[in-house]
Design a protein around this ligand. Structure first.
Ligand SMILES: Nc1ncnc2c1ncn2[C@@H]1O[C@H](COP(=O)(O)OP(=O)(O)O)[C@@H](O)[C@H]1O
Ligand SMILES: [Mg+2]
Length: 250
């Protein structure tokens, strides 16, 4: 049986020179949770996501992924099965056709050349077309990726994630560059797919409104520390005001 706790974050700290970005942070994530990371700019959200993505290493503390220290997932293939990342710039290759970018979801499994030539493997092409259908872009498969709008490119990134099928999806401000209608669309799709595939999501968000609408648990960071960690429906307006230190309108 696999572990119910897909992630355990144990007292991780991270400093940049003299600046404390995360201070002895701990929390546990169960499989299938949809977590929004919120908090003011500079709170440590990106640092935390980069630590979970192994782009950064903590100064102290430990991250346990599915029962094993994250450092034991040094093998890229094994790591890609566990953890996938959507970044703000989506990491798509603009000059390539959409379907190539989708097939790149298999990159860790296959290596670069097989991914590049995977268009000639009919089965894989079908899987990629299915992924594009699921995100509503089947007719764009052979378009140059850079010709697509921001919202469409974010859908391509989701289709690529469908090919990779990681157990944990990390997303740093996945909708920051989109207008509200597109942002709604992407978050709706991301959380729907994650539920269907029993994936766990941790996404940092600027908008508390989206966090409450699409996510089940809100983890608020402030100055590198846990400010609150609550089911979305339990978070009060007062707590949010304290978090962002908004002035009361009176
Ligand atoms: N590369 C870096 N060098 C120095 N300080 C950094 C660096 N990256 C982030 N910081 C600082 O660490 C803190 C946390 O930043 P970050 O994780 O980016 O927060 P958030 O994503 O919540 O805005 C901030 O005070 C930020 O200025
Ligand atoms: Mg950030």
């Amino acid at each position: 049986m696999s572990n119910q706790n897909i992630l355990e974050i144990n007292q991780i700290s991270k400093n940049y020179e003299r600046k404390i970005a995360l201070s002895s942070l701990s929390f546990i994530v169960e499989k299938g949770e949809l977590i929004a990371l919120i908090g003011p700019s500079g709170a440590g959200k990106t640092t935390l996501l980069n630590l979970l993505a192994t782009i950064l290493q903590p100064d102290s503390g430990e991250v346990i992924v599915d029962g094993k220290p994250i450092t034991q997932y040094a093998d890229q293939k094994k790591r890609a099965k566990k953890i996938g990342i959507i970044r703000q710039q989506f990491d798509l290759v603009g000059q390539l056709a959409v379907i190539h970018n989708v097939l790149a979801g298999r990159l860790a499994d296959w290596g670069f050349f097989k991914s590049l030539f995977s268009l000639f493997i009919p089965q894989e092409k079908q899987v990629a077309m299915k992924a594009l259908e699921r995100v509503g872009l089947p007719d764009k498969a052979y378009e140059r990726t850079s010709n697509l709008s921001g919202g469409e490119q974010q859908r391509v990134a989701l289709a690529r994630l469908l090919m990779q099928k990681p157990e944990i999806i990390l997303a740093d401000e996945p909708v920051a560059s989109l207008d509200p209608a597109r942002a709604d669309d992407i978050l709706d799709m991301l959380t729907k797919i994650a539920k269907e595939e029993h994936q766990t999501v941790i996404a940092s968000l600027h908008s508390v409104e989206y966090a409450r609408k699409y996510f089940t648990r809100l983890i608020a960071l402030k100055n590198g520390e846990l400010f609150f960690d609550l089911p979305a429906e339990h978070v009060t307006d007062e707590q949010l005001q304290d978090l962002y230190q908004l002035k009361e309108l009176k």
